[in-house]
Structure formats: structure tokens, C-alpha cells
Design a protein around this ligand. Structure first.
Ligand SMILES: *[C@@H]1O[C@H](CO)[C@@H](O)[C@H](O)[C@H]1NC(C)=O
Ligand SMILES: *[C@@H]1O[C@H](CO)[C@@H](O)[C@H](O)[C@H]1NC(C)=O
Ligand SMILES: *[C@@H]1O[C@H](CO)[C@@H](O)[C@H](O)[C@H]1NC(C)=O
Ligand SMILES: *[C@@H]1O[C@H](CO)[C@@H](O)[C@H](O)[C@H]1NC(C)=O
Ligand SMILES: *[C@@H]1O[C@H](CO)[C@@H](O)[C@H](O)[C@H]1NC(C)=O
Ligand SMILES: *[C@@H]1O[C@H](CO)[C@@H](O)[C@H](O)[C@H]1NC(C)=O
Ligand SMILES: *[C@@H]1O[C@H](CO)[C@@H](O)[C@H](O)[C@H]1NC(C)=O
Ligand SMILES: *[C@@H]1O[C@H](CO)[C@@H](O)[C@H](O)[C@H]1NC(C)=O
Length: 356
């Protein structure tokens, strides 16, 4: 009896050793993702909305085809999960069948934002508030799998990945004919309103056990093919939009400072400045086309179904008129994970965050 036990323990240890050294250990047990279009892995597939991507050519370079990811291949979430050695794809909340939810879930939804009504002119989506409600259900499922004490420990060690806010500008503030409330806010007031909500949601996540956070700021939306086609500038960025999102970005960075000061040793917050992203991008990343989509698009910003996209996808920044190619996602993910430029990752990079 005893020798059997010993033998099994030895085998178990050998097995663990092998896993560790062949594949490397994961740096966090799991990642929970809150966000908009860029981090959606299929949550919109069965919603009543026109913002879906579960058709070709979306996913043309992805092993499982058109899953509902808004890219030709992997999202930044996929690539960062790779860097963290999670060895799994993060499932969408809408379909966790056959997935290990302990390794994380993405609640992100195309067109969704921080404000409840953002993007709703296009149909349903799952806004930040509802994404957090969905996270509560996942926690209940984890509780039933591993019990209270281990759940608590597990949730503290996971990474909380928050990339939301772009849609509050393109699908809310800059559509004043649809969202009249934005007419009564100037860009400073709008950014402050978003940050107030954001801050409250982060405190809720913290009260649900989260301790390690990375926030991604909105990007330079005025440089997207969508903005360029909307405003018909001669190919130069719509600086008015970039200025508006930079206000939010500045406030997000201050929020990181405030939270790190308030919660000190117990929690870690960092932020990625996507407003800085075209710093040397063309030179270092080899992207030659920065102002046009790779796939043919119609009047909205999504790819037209079943049309043939560009061949040289590694040279394009944009896949459709708003989201990035896998190549550009990889470029940004590497900066966020491993960058050392404090303009871009602050106060640390993800690789340092997860080790603390
Ligand atoms: C990664 O996943 C593959 C396929 O499920 C599995 O064979 C391999 O053992 C996994 N590695 C680790 C480190 O979990
Ligand atoms: C749900 O996810 C599983 C595992 O990734 C996949 O095989 C299946 O096709 C998905 N189902 C739907 C309806 O998307
Ligand atoms: C959970 O942790 C508490 C406090 O550390 C301990 O008293 C209790 O026995 C633990 N419960 C289980 C089921 O491990
Ligand atoms: C477009 O370019 C022309 C010529 O360079 C310039 O006169 C015009 O002001 C530009 N328009 C905009 C909207 O930037
Ligand atoms: C993109 O930039 C190229 C080169 O700068 C220019 O020739 C082209 O007209 C631009 N395309 C759009 C859609 O602005
Ligand atoms: C973001 O990066 C840009 C550099 O491109 C910098 O000017 C700006 O201050 C940064 N914003 C924050 C909040 O760090
Ligand atoms: C991150 O940077 C370190 C040191 O420069 C390097 O050894 C490592 O391979 C990099 N990690 C990734 C994922 O590129
Ligand atoms: C992350 O940031 C640290 C601290 O600035 C830097 O030294 C390092 O090169 C970056 N990458 C890694 C893998 O730590």
C-alpha cells in the first residue's frame, strides 16, 4: 500500500517536472478579459447585432477559422496568453464548453463600451457593467469546482486584462446625431465621466478578489481608416479625435497611480499607453500600409463577407477599417509584455507585473 503511494507520488513529481521543463510553467494561472471589439473571441456570435466577425475573411489566418475574433488571426489577448505560457486559447464567455475556465475567460464584446449605451445603435452588445455581472457567474462556477479557499487564492493570482474605451469614442461621442448626450459634454467632461465609471468597475472587480490589473488605453482612433474615411482628411490623422482619447489616456494613467498608492502592497496596477503606439512603428515593425484596411470593406467598418483580402498581411497595420492585423497585434503585445519604454508601459511591463 505504502509503496504504491510512493510510486504514484514519484510518477506525479516526474510528470510535473517534465511539464515544467519541456513547456515552461505558466506565469499566471489565468487571465480574465474585459473589453470591446479588439478582445472579443466570439461573444457577439449569437447576439442580435451587425457587429460580428464569425465569417470569412475574419480568421483567415487562424487555426480554427472564423471564430468571432475581429482580426485575420490572433488577437492581442491570444498573443499575450502565449507569452504567459497559458497554453490555451481564452474562451469567450458565450461558449466555455470544453474549456478550462480556471485559465480564464474573455467577456469582451464587439462595439461595447464603458458607458451602457455605447454601440447600441448597431444592436446588442455586452457592456462593461454586464461583463462584470458575467464574471460573477464564472466565479460561482469556479467556487463549485475548487471551493472557497482555493478560489480566493486563484482569483488573486490571475491577471485582469482591461481594454475598453475605444467604442465610447467611435460608437458614442463621435456620433452625436445618435447619442445626443455626448453633445452636452466637452472632451474633458466626457473623459472624466468615463474614468469615474471605469474606476467604480475596477473597485468592484477588486471586491471580487482581483489583485493584478493591466489597463490598455484607447488608441489613436483618429488614425484609423474609419476616421480617415469619415472625415476625408488628405490621409493625415484626425487629430481632434486623438486629442480626445489622449485626455482619457492621461486620466487612466493617473488612476493607475492612485490605485497603486491606495492599495499598496496588496494589489498591482499597470497601464499600456496605446496613444503612443505609432512611435517608430513603421520603422521598427516593417508596416508599410498604415492608412488602409487589408480586407475590402463596405459602408461600415467591417470586412465584406467572402471577399479576398490583401496578400501581404504582415505589412498592414489595419485588418478592417478599425481593428488590427495579427502582425500588428503581435507587435503591440510584445511591447506591452516586454517593453521598457515608460511612455508605453507604466510603471512596469506585463512580464514584471505578473512576477510581482
Ligand atoms: C499544452 O497543451 C497541449 C495540448 O492540449 C498538451 O499536449 C501539453 O501538454 C500542454 N502543455 C502544458 C505545459 O500544459
Ligand atoms: C465552443 O467552443 C468549442 C471549443 O473551443 C468549439 O469546439 C465549439 O465549436 C464552440 N461552439 C460554438 C457554438 O461556437
Ligand atoms: C480555509 O482557510 C481558513 C483560514 O485560513 C481555514 O481556517 C479553513 O480551515 C480553510 N478551509 C478549508 C476547507 O481548507
Ligand atoms: C488637403 O491638402 C490640400 C493640399 O495639400 C490642402 O490645401 C488642404 O487644406 C488639405 N485638407 C485637409 C482637410 O487637410
Ligand atoms: C495612404 O497613404 C498613401 C501613401 O502615403 C497614399 O498614397 C494613399 O492615398 C493613402 N490612402 C488613403 C486611403 O488615405
Ligand atoms: C503616451 O505616449 C505619448 C508619446 O507618444 C506621450 O506623449 C504621452 O504623454 C503618453 N501618455 C501617458 C498618459 O503616458
Ligand atoms: C523579453 O525580453 C527578454 C530580455 O530582453 C528576452 O530574453 C525575452 O525573450 C523576451 N520575451 C519575449 C516574449 O519576447
Ligand atoms: C520589462 O521591464 C523591465 C523593467 O523596466 C525591463 O528591464 C525589462 O527589459 C522588460 N522586459 C522584461 C522581460 O523584463
Amino acid at each position: 500500500m505504502k509503496s504504491w503511494l510512493l510510486l504514484s507520488l514519484l510518477l506525479l513529481a516526474a510528470n510535473m517536472l517534465q511539464q515544467c521543463c519541456v513547456n515552461g510553467q505558466a506565469q499566471v494561472p489565468g487571465v480574465f478579459v474585459f473589453g470591446g471589439t479588439l478582445s472579443d473571441h466570439g461573444n457577439n456570435n449569437n447576439l442580435r447585432t451587425s457587429v460580428k466577425s464569425n465569417y470569412m475573411p475574419y480568421g483567415i489566418d487562424f487555426s480554427r477559422g472564423s471564430t468571432g475574433r475581429f482580426s485575420n488571426g490572433k488577437t492581442q489577448v491570444d498573443i499575450i496568453a502565449e507569452f504567459l505560457r497559458l497554453n490555451t486559447s481564452i474562451p469567450p464567455y458565450a461558449n466555455t464548453t470544453g474549456s478550462d475556465i480556471l485559465k480564464g475567460v474573455t467577456y469582451a464584446s464587439g462595439s461595447a463600451g464603458i458607458r451602457d449605451e455605447t454601440g447600441r445603435h448597431l444592436g446588442n452588445n455586452i457592456n462593461f457593467r454586464r461583463q462584470i455581472a458575467n464574471h460573477r457567474y464564472i466565479i460561482l462556477r469556479i467556487l463549485s469546482q475548487i471551493g472557497y479557499n482555493r478560489t480566493r487564492q486563484h482569483l488573486r493570482q490571475c491577471l485582469y486584462y482591461v481594454h475598453i474605451g475605444n467604442n465610447d469614442y467611435i460608437y458614442n461621442y463621435y456620433l452625436p446625431q445618435v447619442y445626443p448626450r455626448s453633445r452636452f459634454f466637452n472632451t474633458e467632461q466626457f473623459a472624466q465621466d468615463l474614468i469615474n465609471r471605469y474606476s467604480r468597475y475596477i473597485q468592484v472587480l477588486r471586491s471580487l478578489g482581483a489583485r493584478k490589473f493591466v489597463f490598455f488605453s484607447p488608441g489613436r482612433i483618429g488614425c484609423t481608416p474609419y476616421a480617415l474615411s469619415m472625415r476625408r482628411t488628405n490621409g493625415s490623422c484626425v487629430e481632434e479625435m486623438n486629442a480626445a482619447t489622449s485626455i482619457f489616456t492621461g486620466k487612466l494613467r493617473s488612476l493607475v497611480d492612485r490605485l497603486n498608492n491606495n492599495f499598496g502592497d496588496d494589489s498591482r496596477f499597470m497601464f499600456v499607453n496605446n496613444s503612443a503606439r505609432n512611435l517608430g512603428v513603421v520603422a521598427t515593425g516593417g508596416f508599410t500600409v498604415t492608412n488602409a484596411s487589408c480586407c475590402p470593406t463596405g459602408t461600415d467598418l467591417l470586412c465584406d463577407p467572402n471577399q479576398t483580402p490583401c496578400q501581404n498581411r504582415n505589412q498592414y497595420v489595419f485588418w478592417d477599417k478599425f481593428v488590427f492585423t495579427e502582425a500588428f497585434n503581435r507587435f503591440l503585445a510584445l511591447l506591452a509584455y516586454n517593453g521598457s519604454n515608460r511612455d508605453f508601459v507604466y510603471p512596469v511591463n506585463i512580464s514584471t507585473l505578473v512576477q510581482s
